[in-house]
Design a protein around this ligand. Structure first.
Ligand code: FE2
Length: 296
């Protein structure tokens, strides 16, 4: 079957993400978890951080906190972020960079605006999504995959009306560089006014879109989905069809993944399969087993 023959998945639900504060008081829009949905298996959380303007000297970010049992994926659109963890790892993200962190058995980390950004002030914007790990991988040792913007595959159509950054999975013949434990698609798409794009997405995958800016329509439905909207697709086809009905470009994330289908026990920064494993995670954190971040 060719791509044009694949049935387009219809919109199951669409809703506004929720504005809230996270970490040390960073303004975010949270797609989920929230009043509409708890998770979109295997995705546990989607946060759009900012855009916020950091005043000179203001170091508002996400100070030391633990994680266990899943992966955090940070994709920075603007600004700089500095990352430190309790194993002595340090990372530095600039606009367009991706950090795919497998927290696994656990660590303590901090995610703060970069030093230059704190000194001079400026804009900060990005995404963090949480990807669940299957039971067999929850206690895997922590691991990082860090991709500079320059090595993230950029695909585009011949007429350049559709551009895709392929963070994970495949689009327009380009394959993302991230190694995933369960099949995942993570795309940042930009469609020029009037452009359309049909993205193959396996029917069994859970799939969602988040509109960063502009307006999009899906599967030919008349509703326009604007900034901050979270769109969930039904399992009724093998592709997601996106079009831009407006006179401005639209930027959106398209995420899809094979559901893990295991029980989820979740409390704050820990996501396990049972309540007992959550108690254990807290006990391990309190007793220092997840470590501490060195002062310098
Ligand atoms: Fe974190």
């Amino acid at each position: 079957m060719t791509k044009t023959e694949l049935k387009h998945r219809s919109v199951a639900r669409a809703f506004d993400s929720q504005r809230t504060l996270e970490g040390g008081g960073v303004e975010i829009r949270r797609g989920f978890p929230g009043p509409e949905i708890d998770e979109v298996d295997p995705f546990l959380l989607l946060d759009h951080m900012g855009p916020i303007t950091i005043a000179p000297g203001q170091a508002t970010g996400f100070p030391d906190h633990p994680h266990r049992g899943f992966e955090t994926v940070t994709y920075l659109l603007e600004g700089q972020m500095e990352h430190k963890d309790s194993f002595g790892n340090r990372g530095f993200l600039e606009a367009g960079d991706v950090q795919w962190m497998t927290a696994g058995s656990g660590l303590v980390h901090s995610e703060m605006p970069g030093r230059d950004l704190v000194r001079t002030g400026g804009r900060l914007q990005g995404f963090q999504i949480w990807v669940n790990l299957p039971k067999r991988d929850k206690m895997t040792p922590p691991k990082y995959q860090e991709l500079k913007a320059a090595v993230i595959p950029h695909a585009e159509t011949a007429s350049s009306d559709v551009k895709v950054k392929v963070i994970a999975g495949e689009s327009l013949g380009m394959r993302g560089a991230i190694q995933v434990r369960t099949p995942i698609l993570y795309l940042h798409l930009t469609l020029a006014p009037g452009a359309t794009h049909v993205q193959e997405v396996a029917e069994k995958f859970n799939a969602l879109a988040y509109i960063i800016r502009g307006e999009a329509q899906f599967a030919g439905a008349p509703e326009r989905q604007g900034e901050g909207r979270l769109v969930l697709f039904a399992h009724d086809g093998g592709a997601v069809a996106i079009s831009n009905p407006s006179s401005q470009p639209v930027d959106l994330l398209l995420l899809a993944g094979e559901p893990i289908g295991e029980p989820i026990a979740r409390y704050g920064p820990f996501v396990m399969n049972t309540r007992e494993e959550i108690y254990q995670a807290f006990a391990d954190f309190r007793s220092g087993k997840l470590g501490e971040i060195p002062e310098n």
